[in-house]
Design a protein around this ligand. Structure first.
Ligand SMILES: *[C@@H]1O[C@H](CO)[C@@H](O)[C@H](O)[C@H]1NC(C)=O
Ligand SMILES: *[C@@H]1O[C@H](CO)[C@@H](O)[C@H](O)[C@H]1NC(C)=O
Ligand SMILES: *[C@@H]1O[C@H](CO)[C@@H](O)[C@H](O)[C@H]1NC(C)=O
Ligand SMILES: *[C@@H]1O[C@H](CO)[C@@H](O)[C@H](O)[C@H]1NC(C)=O
Ligand SMILES: *[C@@H]1O[C@H](CO)[C@@H](O)[C@H](O)[C@H]1NC(C)=O
Ligand SMILES: *[C@@H]1O[C@H](CO)[C@@H](O)[C@H](O)[C@H]1NC(C)=O
Ligand SMILES: *[C@@H]1O[C@H](CO)[C@@H](O)[C@H](O)[C@H]1NC(C)=O
Ligand SMILES: *[C@@H]1O[C@H](CO)[C@@H](O)[C@H](O)[C@H]1NC(C)=O
Ligand SMILES: *[C@@H]1O[C@H](CO)[C@@H](O)[C@H](O)[C@H]1NC(C)=O
Ligand SMILES: *[C@@H]1O[C@H](CO)[C@@H](O)[C@H](O)[C@H]1NC(C)=O
Length: 884
């Protein structure tokens, strides 16, 4: 009796305590919870018992609104937490959301969380949770979202999971679950998202019961070892928007009614299975072609739903199966369709002219089927199409003249078909990268307009009946592949077009002649002058701006002097940002032939001057600058002179008169990277080269993103990278456009470097300078560092520019090894290949595929063994094939 009393007393005490200190008690619960795990980055510094901050305002905590103030959400995602997940958190009586995703918790599924009876969301995604899902799993009945994805959970999914009937989201993707999926999924009547993807060890049929889930919107079962047929019951998935069954072992046919019932479908993916048979007649409507006028009516609301159904479909992927029969025709005219992939099946049928109605179509891949069709005129009317490939079919007839009219068209592959007639002139597809028409029956000449497509890189016209000469203009393209073998071409082959490419790309054309071919041309001697001269000019220009400057002084001084004594040169105005003890007349007098370096760069000559103090400075004399007022000129140069970065050269000051500007830079003894590369026997250790690359990348990233205003360099090349005594690189000649004005800059730069290989291909048609163009130029510098070759070589007319040379090599097996500088020891090869990979991505012909300078910095740093950094998301593992 006394004992019971004591108990009651204790209970009431505890109870009173809870009532009285409910606020501090939640705080204590949180502190206890925190004490079970390790917060090595100290992200949860606010979680402390003597904190001035109320616990409702602690990192990751959300409380119910005043006055009740009770913790409802604990969101600790991505805080690098380790240790134990303690059940103490369940003492929070109002906790609904617990998100511990993206940490390093390494333990079995914390079953004690079943004590959290109010929980609605439990997110443990992306940790190291291991072990099986226990049979007795009994989490809160109110649980709506359960996310265990991206862990190491193994074993079977227990039947008992069916008790969690209120679940709206189940994500068990990317684990090691195995065995057969239990047939309890019919219980989840509220389910909206089901993800069992990426569980390679599952060996299961797709549960029929899933078909009962009328609210299901997203079903992800890809890459999970599902076999057997797609259940007929799937026609019940009225709300489904995303269906992904790809990369399983599914067999049989697609249920006949599937297409017509899935009205809300946006993405349909059953690719890479063993499905076969004819596709349901009309994945979307069962009634064949949708008529444009019907569409119009439909949107006006007067067409019965049964006629056109999945009008929201954007992605249709059925590639790599065994489907046969006619390709579903109505797909072609769906208003929102973007992606159609059906390659590697046995589809027959035609591509209808109504494809013109697919106004959002971007990508079509139909290769390796049995289509018997003309290329419809309507295809050329789709202005969003960027990829169309239908090789290995029985396409016939002539190419419509508009077939490449889409302004974004990038890849066309119609090889191995029976197309005939002439190849139309291609004028509108300025972004075409790859064109393959090989193994057809085309006749006539190679259209000269191909030479005007600025980014064309892969051109395969082999095995046709083409006649006439190879258009000379093609040598201006950076072609990585040029195959015209087995045609009836004749005449001289421009040597630069084919140098570095396998001779087999020309064979089977008995009329072709020229250097390196079995047949020499009879008419005249080889003429290499034109090309020789342009490369020579390039090289000379590049030598011009070789040497730089160094000064000891630091700080930021602005000396402002109006010169009155200088009579003969008119009126000079100077601004010095450093205490330079020099007058305008010293500068003017000192600038003579002896002090000049090189023959004059893009905007004027560079002189090296010794100051009375003994210091050396480099002075660039800009002539021909635009109509900037003295005031704005000063403002612009000041903007540039304020840049403080170890990889950008300092502007020490400037003076200007009415017709010239002298820019005074620090002088660097070692000269430019371009000079070093051009010296015979160029040798620089790999570690030094990598540091130069990182420095330049950091300088550029700084100009692009960190400096305000953001700046573009506009003229990146190895000659504009100066090296100090420790080989620390510094960018020079940057942002001259701001000084001389855009118009003067354009006309000077454009005329001097139109053919320079540092210039990104899109400069041809896009005049606006972009960061992506700079990334390209930087990529060319990287190629120089990896190969040890100057980008442009003057000595031999046959030499290719570096981008072409590398592209052609890396296309060959093991070619990547051949481009690496042989002067560098094999032990650095892996790192060099890594940098080569980055360089190839930077010099990708497609601007949007190039990484940002910031990503480049991180990728390069991760290769630098001296300062190991965590690996970055920026992928350097896409192999060494040329990225387009
Ligand atoms: C509160 O902080 C003190 C030290 O500041 C510590 O000794 C004590 O254990 C903490 N109490 C709780 C509940 O964490
Ligand atoms: C949390 O911080 C906000 C803004 O600083 C403040 O208005 C609010 O009163 C704080 N809440 C509590 C419970 O202290
Ligand atoms: C995460 O925490 C571990 C120690 O637990 C630490 O070594 C590591 O540097 C942390 N990672 C990050 C990105 O802060
Ligand atoms: C929090 O939980 C307690 C006890 O379960 C309950 O009485 C209270 O109403 C809840 N407060 C809120 C804001 O939900
Ligand atoms: C983490 O969980 C909280 C609470 O459920 C939620 O608000 C937040 O969006 C979640 N984070 C992510 C990335 O889903
Ligand atoms: C769980 O958190 C991750 C972020 O770490 C988020 O991507 C995911 O959407 C969350 N799951 C749910 C069901 O909210
Ligand atoms: C499915 O739900 C019913 C109640 O609707 C329940 O009785 C049954 O136990 C659940 N099945 C499983 C496997 O938990
Ligand atoms: C498909 O089944 C075969 C055996 O029939 C197996 O070797 C293969 O790994 C399975 N593929 C997948 C993706 O599960
Ligand atoms: C499209 O509709 C128009 C009338 O609305 C009709 O004349 C035409 O035949 C239809 N075309 C097809 C291919 O059904
Ligand atoms: C090329 O034309 C000849 C007739 O001139 C024909 O016999 C041959 O089949 C054609 N070749 C191709 C690949 O079309």
């Amino acid at each position: 009796m006394a004992k019971t009393c004591a108990y009651l007393f204790l209970l009431s005490l505890t109870f009173t305590f809870f009532i009285f200190s409910s606020a501090s008690s939640e705080e204590e619960i949180l502190l206890t919870f925190k004490s079970s795990f390790e917060d090595s980055n100290n992200y949860l510094s606010t979680w402390s018992n003597n904190s001035a901050i109320h616990y409702c305002n602690w990192t990751g905590i959300t409380c119910s609104p005043t006055p009740s103030l009770s913790v409802t959400t604990v969101n600790l995602q991505s805080l690098n937490l380790t240790g134990e997940i303690s059940s103490s958190i369940c003492q929070l009586h109002n906790l609904t959301d617990l998100n511990l995703s993206d940490n390093h918790f390494n333990q079995p599924i914390p079953l004690h969380l079943s004590q959290c009876t109010t929980l609605e969301t439990l997110n443990l995604s992306n940790n190291h949770i291991w072990g099986t899902i226990p049979d007795q799993i009994s989490l809160s009945g109110s649980l709506k979202k359960l996310d265990f994805s991206r862990n190491r959970i193994e074993g079977k999914i227990p039947e008992s999971i069916g008790s969690l009937q209120n679940l709206q989201v189940i994500n068990l993707g990317s684990n090691f679950l195995s065995g057969s999926v239990p047939s309890v999924f019919g219980n989840f009547t509220e389910l909206v998202v089901l993800d069992l993807s990426q569980n390679l060890n599952l060996m299961s049929e797709v549960p029929r019961e899933i078909g009962k889930l009328e609210k299901l919107e997203k079903l992800f079962l890809q890459s999970s070892g599902f076999h057997g047929a797609i259940p007929d019951s799937f026609v019940g998935l009225q709300s489904l928007t995303i269906l992904d069954l790809s990369q399983n072992n599914l067999t049989g046919e697609v249920p006949q009614m599937l297409g017509s019932s899935l009205k809300n479908l946006v993405s349909f993916d059953v690719s890479q299975n063993k499905l076969l048979g004819p596709f349901p007649s009309g994945i979307c409507n069962g009634k064949g072609l949708i008529n444009l006028s019907l569409h119009t009516n439909f949107f006006a609301g007067s067409i019965p739903n049964s006629i056109s159904q999945c009008l929201n479909l954007e992605r249709f992927q059925v590639q790599n199966n065994g489907f046969s029969g006619d390709f579903p025709n109505d797909l072609w005219s769906l208003p929102k369709i973007k992606l159609i992939r059906a390659e590697n099946n046995i589809f027959s049928g035609v591509i209808p002219d109504s494809v013109s109605m697919a106004a959002q179509l971007e990508q079509v891949q139909l290769d390796n089927n049995s289509l018997t069709s003309r290329i419809p005129q309507g295809l050329g009317l789709v202005k969003s199409l960027y990829r169309f490939s239908a090789s290995l079919n029985s396409l016939y007839g002539e190419l419509p003249p508009n077939f490449c009219d889409s302004p974004v068209m990038s890849i066309i592959n119609l090889s191995h078909n029976s197309l005939s007639g002439r190849i139309p002139e291609l004028k509108k597809c300025r972004k075409l990268v790859s064109l393959s028409l090989s193994d057809n029956s085309f006749t006539g000449e190679i259209p000269p307009s191909l030479s005007d497509l600025p980014v064309l890189t892969y051109l395969d016209l082999s095995e046709n009946n083409l006649t006439g000469p190879i258009p000379l203009g093609l040598q201006n393209l950076k072609l990585a592949l040029f195959n015209v073998s087995f045609n009836k071409l004749s005449g001289r082959v421009p040597y630069s077009l084919i140098s570095g490419l396998p001779a087999s790309f020309l064979e089977g054309n008995s009329g072709l002649c020229g250097q390196g071919l079995p047949k020499a041309c009879s008419d005249d001697q080889p003429r290499h002058h034109t090309l020789g001269l342009t490369t020579l000019t390039c090289a000379l220009i590049s030598v011009a701006f070789g040497l730089g400057t160094l000064i000891v002084a630091a700080g930021f001084f602005v000396y402002h002097r109006s010169s009155k004594q200088n009579s003969q040169m008119g009126s000079w105005r100077s601004v010095f940002f450093y205490p330079l003890r020099v007058t305008e007349s010293d500068l003017v007098m000192g600038m003579d032939e002896k002090s000049a370096v090189g023959i004059g760069g893009a905007f004027g000559r560079v002189y090296v001057l010794g100051l009375p103090s003994g210091e050396l400075v480099a002075v660039k004399k800009l002539v021909n600058y635009g109509s900037q007022s003295s005031k704005s000129l000063k403002a612009e140069i000041k903007t540039l002179a304020k840049i403080r970065h170890k990889n950008v050269i300092k502007i020490l000051g400037f003076c200007h008169s009415d017709d010239s500007i002298f820019l005074i830079y620090e002088f660097l003894q070692k000269g430019s990277l371009g000079d070093l590369l051009h010296k015979p026997g160029f040798q620089l250790l790999w570690g030094v080269r990598l540091r130069i690359a990182i420095g330049v990348a950091q300088g550029l990233a700084y100009l692009h993103k960190d400096y305000v205003p953001h700046l573009l360099h506009r003229n990146i090349k190895s000659n504009n990278i100066l090296l100090d005594a420790d080989f620390e690189p510094k960018l020079t000649d940057f942002a001259l456009d701001r000084i001389v004005g855009e118009a003067a800059f354009q006309s000077t730069i454009a005329s001097e470097s139109a053919l320079s290989c540092y210039i990104a291909p899109e400069c041809g048609y896009s005049k606006k300078a972009t960061e992506q163009m700079e990334v390209y130029s930087f990529g060319v510098v990287l190629l120089e560092l990896v190969t040890g070759r100057p980008a442009e070589q003057a000595e031999s007319a046959e030499s290719l520019d570096i981008v072409k040379w590398v592209r052609r090599k890396v296309n060959i097996t093991n070619g990547a090894y051949q481009v690496l500088d042989p002067n560098i020891s094999d032990s650095s090869q892996q790192d060099m290949l890594g940098v080569l990979d980055i360089a190839l991505q930077c010099t990708s012909v497609m601007p949007e595929k190039r990484p940002s300078m910031f990503e480049v910095v991180r990728a390069l740093q991760s290769l630098d063994s001296r300062s190991p950094l965590p690996s970055t998301e920026f992928s350097t593992s896409e192999g060494h094939s040329v990225s387009v």
